[in-house]
Design a protein around this ligand. Structure first.
Ligand SMILES: O=C(O)c1cc(=O)[nH]c(=O)n1[C@@H]1O[C@H](COP(=O)(O)O)[C@@H](O)[C@H]1O
Length: 257
């Protein structure tokens, strides 16, 4: 039976207030079956285990190095489609970006996963849109590394962010955008084993570009850690196929019981 616009909205609201992940999953599936477009995204965000290639705190290889991230980042346009926990994580990520959250827990959690046993390692932070934001974002991790981590050294001052540029995600061209390098590596990183630290991993283009520049200056990049990884958004058809497929399989199971 077709579900009215009001009915679809009701299903969507129900899932937003669902008490458990199981309930949320059920309401999301119902809303997808009822034809609600936003429910597809909600379902996809609620079930990253189905739709994401990489999970938080599970290292993977990319561009020949080990990569780990702390949690998923949902851009603000998706704020209404995520749950409280996801929203709280994004909020902590914004605070990290603004230098209001020191990021030490994130750093410790991701570093311990890398299982690197050939210390010392040198930490290089990803240059961002201007030198003020760069220092504000990373200065407390720099403090933590220099005061508490004899196995590491901090390269906060190895990088000179010499001019401001637009935020990368306002740059046109998607993954094919031309990255404008607004920094130079001025410290001596020759022969050092480098771990890159950044706030968000999206396409991986910035990481690859930074790695190239670090290696041109004689460093060897072994790993990269990120506070968040931007969630991927698969085609709606794929999400619908997943939900409809599951529904059909369940029906067949019921009928053949
Ligand atoms: O601050 C940004 O420019 C930014 C906004 C955003 O929504 N997502 C995002 O990834 N970024 C930045 O873009 C860089 C990663 O983008 P990719 O090169 O696509 O992996 C990171 O340095 C982020 O700080």
């Amino acid at each position: 039976m077709p579900v009215s616009g009001d009915g679809r909205l009701q299903l969507l609201r129900s899932q937003q207030h669902a008490a458990t992940a199981k309930e949320r999953d059920r309401y999301c599936r119902l809303a997808v079956l009822a034809g609600h477009r936003e429910a597809c995204l909600m379902f996809c965000f609620a079930r990253s285990d189905f739709f994401e290639d990489h999970q938080p705190l599970k290292p993977f290889k990319s561009h020949g190095i080990k990569v780990a991230f702390y949690g998923y980042y949902y851009p603000s346009r998706y704020a209404d489609l995520i749950d409280d926990e996801q929203r709280a994580f994004c909020c902590s990520l914004y605070q990290f970006k603004e230098g209001e959250n020191h990021g030490i827990e994130f750093f410790k959690a991701c570093m311990s996963l890398l299982n690197l046993d050939d210390a010392p390692y040198h930490i290089l932070f990803m240059p961002c849109s201007d030198e003020f934001k760069y220092a504000r974002r990373f200065k407390r991790l720099d403090w933590y590394i220099t005061t508490h981590r004899p196995d590491l050294s901090s390269g906060l001052y190895d990088v000179d962010v010499f001019e401001s540029r637009d935020s990368l995600h306002e740059a046109k061209g998607g993954e094919n955008r031309i990255l404008e390098r607004n920094y130079r590596i001025t410290g001596n990183i020759e022969g050092k084993q480098i771990i890159i630290v950044d706030d968000v991993l999206t396409s991986g283009q910035s990481m690859a570009d930074y790695k190239e520049e670090i290696e041109r200056c004689g460093g060897k990049v072994v790993a990269a850690i990120f506070y968040g990884k931007t969630v991927t958004r698969p085609p709606l058809l794929l999400i619908k196929a997943h939900v409809w497929g599951g529904c059909i399989v369940n029906k067949i199971k019921e009928l053949t019981k």
